[in-house]
Design a protein around this ligand. Structure first.
Ligand SMILES: Nc1nc2c(ncn2[C@@H]2O[C@H](COP(=O)(O)OP(=O)(O)OP(=O)(O)O)[C@@H](O)[C@H]2O)c(=O)[nH]1
Ligand SMILES: [Mg+2]
Length: 118
C-alpha cells in the first residue's frame, strides 16, 4: 500500500479486516478468535464463492479448507481463515496454504487481501 492509513479510518478503507490464523489442531484457534470477537458463538462458514457452508461446533474437527471464510454474526467486521493441522503431515495442505497466502497477499481487490496472519 502506497500511503499510510489512519487507524481511525481503516474500516472505511478495508471494509472487512481479513485474518488468517494458523496453528496446530486443537491449539485453541477457534477459542482465541471468539475471545477477540468477544463472543461464545460459533462462526458461520462461507466458501470462496460466498455460499454458506455449515455451522461448526466447538468440538467439530475438519473445517480446514483454508479458503473458507469464518464470520461471527456479532462481529461481521472480521473475516477469518483457518489453516489446516499441519502435523497431519499433508504436503497437499501445506501447499494449499502457500498458494492461498501468495494469492491473497497480492490480491488486487483490497477486500480479498489478507491483512494479517496470526
Ligand atoms: N486450558 C486451556 N484450554 C483451552 C485454551 N484455549 C482453548 N482451550 C480448549 O482447547 C480445546 C481446543 O480449542 P479450539 O479453540 O477448538 O482449538 P482449535 O485450534 O480451533 O482446534 P481445531 O479447529 O480442531 O484445529 C477446547 O476444548 C478449548 O476449550 C486455553 O487457553 N487454555
Ligand atoms: Mg477450530
Amino acid at each position: 500500500m502506497a500511503s499510510k492509513v489512519d487507524p481511525q479510518n481503516i474500516r472505511k478503507t478495508f471494509g472487512r479486516f481479513r485474518v488468517l490464523i494458523m496453528g496446530r489442531a486443537n491449539a485453541g484457534k477457534t477459542t482465541i478468535l471468539q475471545k477477540v470477537c468477544i463472543t461464545t458463538e460459533n462462526p458461520e462458514i462461507y466458501n470462496a464463492k460466498g455460499h454458506k457452508v455449515r455451522t461448526i461446533f466447538h468440538t467439530t474437527r475438519g473445517n480446514h479448507d483454508i479458503t473458507n471464510e469464518l464470520v461471527f454474526k456479532s462481529n461481521p467486521g472480521f473475516v477469518f481463515h483457518d489453516s489446516c493441522g499441519f502435523e497431519a503431515g499433508s504436503e497437499e495442505e501445506f501447499n494449499d496454504m502457500k498458494k492461498f497466502i501468495s494469492e491473497r497477499v497480492n490480491a488486487t481487490k483490497l477486500e480479498e487481501r489478507i491483512h494479517a496472519i496470526w
